[in-house]
Design a protein around this ligand. Sequence first.
Ligand code: GDP
Length: 442
Amino acid sequence: MFESLSDRLGSVFKKLKGQGKLSEKNIQDGLKEVRLALLEADVHYKVVKTLIAAIKERAVGQEVLESLTPGQQVVKIVNEELTNLMGGANEEINLGGGHPASIMLVGLQGSGKTTTAGKLAVYLRGQGRKPYLVPADVYRPAAIEQLTKIGKELSIPVYPSDTDSKPEKIAELARIKCAQEGCDTMILDTAGRLHIDDELMAELGRIKATTPPSDILLVADAMTGQDAVNMAKAFNDAMDVGGVILTKMDGDARGGAALSIRSITGKPIKFIGTGEKSNAFEAFHPNRMASRILGMGDVMTLIEKAQDAVDVKKAAELEKKLRKSQFTLEDFKDQMVQVRKMGSLEDIMSMIPGMGKSKHLKQLKGSDKEMIKIEAIINSMTLEERRNHTIINGSRRKRIAKGSGATVTDVNQLLKNYTQVMKMMKKINKGGMKKMGRMLGL
Ligand code: GDP
């Protein structure tokens, strides 16, 4: 996400940082380029105007001109103003009022509502809640089926809605059933249309009146840019939403919707969707997002993802094995599975400071496939082979390649990489971790 905006801003800042001292003219020129970059990123022109005015007021002041690192100082100001623009701090989902709590998801068809219902359920379960999915799009039987399937895959109960009932009735009955099933948070997937119309708004209004929700979240597709912003405004004017979930951020290189929604609608983005899988979902933190836009990474989100995905006990065991050079191919695979649980490699790397702008990131798309291939190769090995790679001779290599749909060269490459890692670990263990730390400049 944000690749093209990040690239543009990156080159503006590089120019600014290259100068020892900055003059007012340098800064004015730099800001002109920032303004263009934002407009090209499809940020609403009114938002750009306010933002540039706020940055300018601070950037041409003494704070920057007298600073020893003026370029850095400008970046810091832009970072802070971008954060303010997106609402400052994270706004949490409202789960208060009413037992069970109920979250109403609204939005246009295709925005990612049903997928998001599943993702939100997984997220809330991670927070210790007991979610209950309720399909309320009675016009499209396929939508009910889709959510039922998602619920089954994620082991989250789903209300058995039928297309003959009125959506408000479904919401009312589902609330009782939710409590009976021992759940405490109902997630209502409402009907979407291709365009906003009065009929849809009236229906959503009836659901809201009969089953007052704890929060109403508008699901909007980031890739539609300013259309998403206009749609969010119209929905909010009609039914006063509590916040926005911006989906498909993984496909949005520009970031116009993410930067404009708060300012234009006055409503916060509470979550973002970053892929099709159920774990591609994050709470929205304006400060972290600003850092990502400026190519400074997002270590906090990375740590949170790691905490969710990594089995701490297992990680400690693996570390011990690594130190004792007992790290087998089986462990290698375990390690990879844990990393993959955090999301795509590209997604993970973009959160590491300095990596956001890296060209290598673009090559990582292939690496996810590479990891799947390595996993398949290791899966085709016998347990004995995984524990002792030295027995893997030519005929075994052929068998493994055949079994995993890879080539013998792939198998050779994997074994070569693995032995190299083991050699390196032996060296490190001999020299001690301190030496390694010094090598890495720690
Ligand atoms: P609905 O009509 O609003 O319920 O939309 P769906 O949930 O059926 O989603 C429409 C399409 O968008 C599906 O193909 C989803 O897999 C896809 N989708 C949803 N959220 C995301 C996301 O965050 N990233 C990507 N890449 N695709 C998404």
